[in-house]
Design a binder for this molecule. Structure first.
Ligand code: SF4
Length: 413
């Protein structure tokens, strides 16, 4: 029988693969969870785009259909109180609220303003509250930007590269592309008075497009950070592989950008995936969900007040995010005991045997948790991008190793 921290891992019921961990036994062994730092708030359940890779609407979990379209005030006030309670219980110096959807801007300027003001009030005298929003940008106009900016909200925008790149997947329900509207919003965001509200760009990897053209299109908006995200996939629903491509199209695409970014004479932008890759290779820790073994301390509050696991798990199977908890009845601490949270916080112990014996497992960490899912086998598997991860990590290690050797040779040591 496999063990975690010397604790037996119980058999996973098919519908609840996270329950493969015996949390009571882990606690009895002395392990303690890391408190949540980030809360993702689903302020609106619908979207004005119909991106073809979206994990909310196109994947097995369709729970959005049964939830309130927009979050009501009593729900966000309860969420704010639970967050402040969690911060106090764990003596946190800061927490982060991420306004999310669907498309959060569909909630409208008045509702978002009231929501943010209520969170600020709930945290008054408590710890610092950073507020961020992840949006598709289409509705980001001057009125909305002004209301968010004055309330100290930082804004991340999803964009997949050039107009042609972006509009391959990020389209409206009637098939029209979204790039023109996102470009207008980004110009407003970076044009002067709102610039400090720009948190960065989020781009989903598409190995069918030119990586350098995509990267340069993102750079044109001078983002403070870029997130390059692998499309959500798993062993039952593998990622698209372009016809004629080799066995590692995602690694090949990322390596093209890595090489350009790494060799640039000055740092062009922070790319979280690559920054984490280098930090992990050099023995440090990362912050990306796509790499490494650092504890993940994120929880989601849905528009009906349900406390859930990270929503990327919606790509695995129906109900994969459920905890059975709600902010009206339960503190956030209750979710710290959920096996799906615990599995993200116990590092190597949550990995399957293949990953534990893999030479790069401390860097890779078996990849994104959602990408490890295999029906009947839960999440104790390598990521479905395993071959790509091996190639990307090996490539980055060789670049770093070569530079360290060159520097040592230059110092004569
Ligand atoms: S490269 Fe593959 S085997 Fe190695 S840790 Fe990552 S997912 Fe596991």
């Amino acid at each position: 029988m496999p063990k975690a921290l010397g604790i037996p891992i119980v058999q996973a019921p098919p519908a609840w693969p996270h329950r493969a961990l015996d949390v009571d036994a882990l606690r009895a062994s002395g392990w303690r969870p890391s408190p949540f730092r980030d809360v993702v708030l689903k302020v609106h359940q619908r979207c004005n785009l119909a991106c073809e890779y979206c994990y909310v609407y196109t994947k097995p979990d369709q729970s959005w259909r049964g939830r309130p379209t927009v979050m009501e005030r009593e729900t966000w006030r309860a969420a704010a109180a639970r967050m402040a309670e969690h911060a106090a219980a764990h003596d946190l110096t800061s927490m982060r609220l991420i306004l999310h959807g669907g498309e959060p801007l569909l909630a409208g300027v008045a509702r978002l303003g009231a929501l943010i003001d209520d969170f600020r009030a709930a945290f008054d005298g408590a710890c610092r509250l950073d507020i961020q929003m992840q949006t598709n940008g289409v509705l980001l106009d001057e009125t909305m930007l002004s209301a968010l900016h004055v309330r100290g909200v930082r804004i991340g925008v999803s964009l997949d590269g050039t107009a042609a790149d972006n509009d391959r997947h990020r389209r409206r329900p009637d098939g029209r592309g979204s790039h023109a509207d996102v470009d207008r919003a980004l110009r407003l965001l970076i044009g002067g008075r709102y610039q400090d509200a720009f948190a960065g760009l989020l781009c989903t990897v598409d190995p069918e497009i030119d990586p350098i053209e995509c990267y340069e299109a993102l750079l044109a908006y001078r983002p403070p950070t870029v997130d390059l995200l692998l499309p959500h996939a798993n062993w039952a629903d593998p990622p698209p592989r372009p016809s004629g491509a080799g066995p590692t199209p995602y690694a090949d695409w990322l390596i093209a950008i890595f090489d350009r970014w790494y060799a640039a004479p000055r740092r062009e932008v922070g790319i979280r995936l690559f920054d984490d890759l280098l930090a992990l290779i050099l023995g440090g820790s990362g912050r990306s969900e796509q790499l490494g073994l650092s504890p993940v301390a994120v929880v989601v509050v849905e528009s009906d007040g349900a406390i859930e696991l990270v929503d990327s798990l919606k790509s695995a199977y129906p109900g994969a995010c459920e905890t059975g908890l709600t902010i009206f009845a339960d503190p956030l601490d209750a979710a710290l005991n959920h096996p799906g949270v615990v599995a993200r916080q116990i590092g190597t112990e949550a990995l399957g045997e293949t990953c534990r014996s893999c030479p790069v497992h401390r860097v890779c960490g078996a990849g994104h948790y959602a990408h490890r899912y295999r029906p009947g086998g839960g999440f104790r598997n390598p990521t479905v991008y395993c071959a790509d991860m091996l190639k990307l990590i090996g490539h980055a290690e060789r670049r770093v190793d070569s530079d360290i050797r060159r520097l040592r040779a230059g110092r004569g040591s």
